[in-house]
Design a protein around this ligand. Structure first.
Ligand SMILES: Cc1cc2nc3c(=O)[nH]c(=O)nc-3n(C[C@H](O)[C@H](O)[C@H](O)COP(=O)(O)OP(=O)(O)OC[C@H]3O[C@@H](n4cnc5c(N)ncnc54)[C@H](O)[C@@H]3O)c2cc1C
Length: 488
């Protein structure tokens, strides 16, 4: 993965992907694998947007049963299997337990029926998976079994528990980089810290983007026969900077809290919050609780942290949660369904030629990290149709990502590898996303020092530059506990 701006601007690409989150990365790999010439630009570091802020669960989509959305459930099951297959070092099965009370619509019988339906609908969930990565059938637990694995749970009225297995990605950043390595090895030109400042128009057609190199300050013209907008929640901003008038998207603010205490160990635990389920998921030496959602236009004073903590106290009263338990806050914008209907259930591909008479532009409206590969594949199917050229079929669901794994070796060596081979341009890139040192809270100063020293020798930084890089890393951990290192 080399940052080559001459290659970016020096030719017309079949496809220009704007946005280097998980959807952009998966689309770049998919299109390059099918034989298209591909460029991808990302304004910040790869994966520094919404993709950094996830609960790290790869869902089989049990929640889609609430709306009887069987298509979404099947897609989630297929994608969970695909990620377990193509990135087995990073994606592992994770058990979930949800205590169940009473006999009503959320009681034992209703939950047993949901698990039965889920087992039937996911009969092929283990196709092509090694024994270590197979997903067992979901089943109901007795109250005694629930209390054995979660002793703090309130036993009054407990009628059992739902037990199912999903998956967890141990480093969502490394998985994203795994997609990017595969794309680069298949010929894609990738560049971080390049901002698209507006889409290029040639008559009614979009034929590329005006861009700014945020490192050197130069402006660039990047030509693409098709532009794929994978900027997620920043789509409205891209459209308006390109003079495209559109109604604003319906977005929700999503929030997780990373907790210092390891309240759950080998499996995740659900609890009923205010009209929804929250989950405690094991993470590093602690755990993550989430996901809370609130309308994006009604931010509370602290961005919803206290409200989510209070709700988590109601869902898990035995845990005695305090504000001091929170080591990091994940926040991001995700698509809503409009009104009070909550989170959208499936990613959507927008064909701007068919919908608005705007050829040359395709957009992804993302929903989940879990289904990013499939959504990207649908987007690239459309790109191939619009290009009208022959292309190989999509094989990203069965092609292993050889670099989807953690870097190995002594820390200084890993830092040098991140610089040389993985486009880590800044200390934040290396610490937060290549070396996975800051995903449970700020890393210790001596660790930061060692990475900074290795990067300085690799990139020729002087003492003043090292001090600036360290200050930027400190500033990235915002006072509200979140990491603000993405899109400016
Ligand atoms: C708190 C939280 C918890 C979540 N938990 C889960 C979970 O457990 N499981 C799950 O499956 N999903 C989860 N999700 C959803 C998932 O994280 C998102 O659906 C996914 O990461 C979106 O990826 P993306 O590539 O579309 O967007 P992003 O990762 O935001 O990528 C878009 C990129 O575009 C870049 N960009 C924007 N404008 C420009 C421009 N003009 N020029 C160049 N680049 C630009 C941005 O910098 C950004 O990096 C969660 C989301 C949140 C917020």
């Amino acid at each position: 993965m080399k940052r080559d701006l001459a290659a970016l601007a020096g030719r017309e690409h079949d496809l220009l992907v704007v946005g280097g989150g998980i959807h952009g990365a998966a689309a770049a790999w998919d299109a390059a694998q099918r034989g298209l010439s591909v460029a991808l630009v990302e304004v910040g570091d790869f994966g520094s947007g919404t993709s950094w802020n996830s609960l790290k669960t790869i869902h089989g989509g049990l929640r889609h049963l609430q709306w009887a959305d069987l298509g979404a459930l099947r897609e989630s099951v297929r994608e969970r299997a695909a990620l377990l297959r193509i990135a087995p070092e990073l994606v592992h099965p994770l058990g979930f337990v949800l205590p169940v009370y009473g006999h009503g619509p959320r009681g034992r019988e209703a939950m047993a029926a949901a698990l039965l339906a889920s087992n039937l609908l996911s009969a092929r969930r283990n196709d092509g998976l090694p024994a270590s990565h197979r997903i067992p059938r979901a089943r109901m637990l007795s109250p005694r079994e629930v209390l054995a694995c979660a002793p703090g749970v309130d036993p009054r009225g407990l009628t059992g528990g739902a037990s199912w297995t999903d998956a967890q990605v141990s480093s969502s950043e490394r998985l994203l980089v795994g997609f990017l390595h595969a794309a680069a090895e298949a010929g894609a030109v990738l560049a971080s810290r390049v901002e698209v400042t507006g889409l290029r128009r040639n008559g009614s057609r979009i034929d590329g983007a005006h861009a700014l190199d945020r490192e050197g300050g130069a402006t660039l013209e990047v030509r693409g026969r098709i532009v794929l907008n994978a900027t997620g929640p920043w789509s409205d901003r891209l459209f308006s900077s390109s003079g495209l008038a559109k109604p604003p998207s319906c977005l929700l603010r999503a929030l997780n809290l990373v907790l210092r205490r390891r309240l759950v160990d080998r499996q995740a635990l659900g609890g009923r919050g205010d009209g929804r389920y929250l989950f405690l998921v094991p993470w590093r030496d602690g755990c993550i609780v989430g996901t809370g959602y609130e309308p994006s236009d009604e931010p509370s004073g602290d961005g919803g942290v206290q409200a989510l903590l209070d709700e988590a106290r109601r869902a898990f009263p035995w845990a005695g949660l305090e504000r001091t338990d929170v080591s990091l806050v994940h926040r991001g914008l995700v698509p809503g369904r409009g009104g009070a209907a909550g989170l959208a259930s499936r990613g959507r591909i927008v064909d701007h030629e068919a919908e608005e008479g705007l050829p040359g532009l395709v957009s992804i409206e993302p929903v989940k990290y879990t289904t990013a590969r499939a959504v990207a594949a649908r987007a690239v199917d459309l790109v191939v149709r619009r290009l009208g050229a022959p292309a190989a079929p999509c094989r990203t669901d069965v092609t292993a990502l050889p670099r989807a794994r953690s870097l190995s070796g002594p820390l200084a060596e890993r830092a040098r590898c991140a610089v040389r081979d993985e486009m880590a341009l800044h200390l934040t890139d290396a610490v937060l996303r290549r070396l996975d040192l800051g995903t449970a809270g700020p890393p210790p100063p001596e660790v930061v020092e060692e990475v900074a020293r290795a990067m300085a020798s690799e990139r020729g930084w002087d003492a003043a530059r090292v001090a600036r890089e360290k200050a930027d890393l400190r500033r990235a951990y915002a006072p509200d506990g979140s990491v603000r290192d993405g899109m400016p």
